[in-house]
Write a protein that binds this ligand. Structure first.
Ligand SMILES: Cc1cc2nc3c(=O)[nH]c(=O)nc-3n(C[C@H](O)[C@H](O)[C@H](O)COP(=O)(O)O)c2cc1C
Length: 336
């Protein structure tokens, strides 16, 4: 399948693995790129630019296909040394960066001077248009369903994607709630040129996280995510667990007077506990509603191949069948 995204990034399939803290290590990024998608190393999981340089080198040893790095711009008192991270990306020969969080505007000159293609992940049409204006090559449009930070507008992808298609001139991928061939075909129908998946890629054999995490994703349903930190305007969609229950209780007690310090225990330093040690009740970690569509733990290649094979069947058989007067009796079910 060829789309504006496969052409832009030089990849075989229009499937991107979004940056994920403590998940997006070289093993997963290389597996996604080797499967024909675009794998991304999560820049800030590497505590220093030197460590990121090593992670990029490790990934290069595992794949000769294009891969990228996610750079998340967080609101923080002590900002990470972004120029040094960008230098590590440039010197590591990486030519694709997914930016997320705040606008990448101040770093665009450095990224562009290095010949880097930038895909900015954002949760609204206005932020997508801003990304287009400041020279991003593409955007990842992240709907309210998404795991992680859905923003504060709460617009789901059935509305957000066609709205983005109506306004944007640069290509975009659909992000949030994407799991299978149906997600991909629906995204293409709504104007996207591919899809970005986060949560789905965590439940794969190559994702370098504790088995408890993968098991929790298979067991959870679409009812099991919660939104936290709403009053701080830093909303995050996370998987429900005991730590998250405590967090929500504190949020209820404190109401509008909630400060980030009040929930420090439930949000700070949680990722290594969950992803490395498998402590599933440690606190808030990102997970999308799409968890309700995850029923297995395939290899990345099995997942990507399955998506592409079924997407072709949906397009060639189910959809053109409607035009040819063939009435499909059953709904389009996922194979796994
Ligand atoms: C465990 C986890 C960690 C994530 N960490 C980051 C991150 O550090 N930076 C970022 O830009 N997005 C992060 N995301 C968001 C994903 O890149 C992606 O946008 C999102 O998961 C898409 O929604 P989905 O989970 O429904 O596929 C994370 C998502 C998950 C599930």
């Amino acid at each position: 399948m060829k789309t504006a995204i496969t052409e832009l990034f030089g990849i075989q399939h229009p499937i991107i693995q979004g940056g994920m803290h403590y998940v997006g290590f070289a093993e997963l990024a290389a597996a996604v790129s080797n499967a024909g998608g675009l794998g991304l190393i999560t820049g800030l999981t590497q505590k220093t630019p030197e460590l990121l340089a090593k992670e990029i080198a490790r990934c290069r040893d595992m794949t000769d296909k294009p891969f990228g790095v996610n750079l998340t711009f967080l609101p923080s008192f002590t900002a990470p040394p972004y120029p040094e991270y960008i230098a590590a990306i440039r010197e590591g020969g990486v030519r694709i960066v997914e930016t997320a969080g705040r606008s990448p505007e101040q770093y665009m000159p450095a990224l562009k001077a290095a010949g880097i293609k930038v895909i900015h992940k954002c949760t609204s049409v206005r932020h997508s248009l801003k990304a287009e204006k400041i020279g991003c090559d593409a955007v990842s449009v992240d709907g309210f369903e998404c795991g992680g930070h859905p923003g504060e507008d709460d617009i789901p992808n059935m509305i957000l994607l066609p709205r983005a298609a109506d306004e944007l001139n640069i290509p975009f991928v659909a992000s949030g709630g994407m799991a299978d061939a149906r997600s991909l075909v629906a995204s293409l129908a709504m104007g996207a040129a591919g899809m970005n998946m986060g949560t789905r890629f965590v439940a794969t054999k190559e994702a370098p996280v504790h088995d408890n995490v993968k098991r929790a994703l298979v067991e959870a349903t679409e009812l099991d995510t919660r939104l936290v930190m709403r009053t701080l305007r830093n909303t995050e969609r996370v998987l429900k667990n005991k730590g998250v229950d405590q967090l929500l209780e504190i949020e209820r007690e404190k109401g509008a007077s909630l400060k980030i310090q009040d929930i420090h225990e439930q949000v700070a330093g949680v990722y290594p506990k969950v992803m490395i040690d498998g402590e599933m009740d440690a606190g808030a970690w990102s997970c999308g509603m799409v968890v309700g569509l995850i029923n297995d733990i395939p290899t990345v290649k099995e997942l990507v191949d399955r998506i592409m094979t079924e997407a072709e069947q949906i397009i060639r058989q189910r959809l053109t069948g409607f035009l040819d007067g063939v009435v499909a009796k059953a709904p389009a079910r996922a194979v796994a």
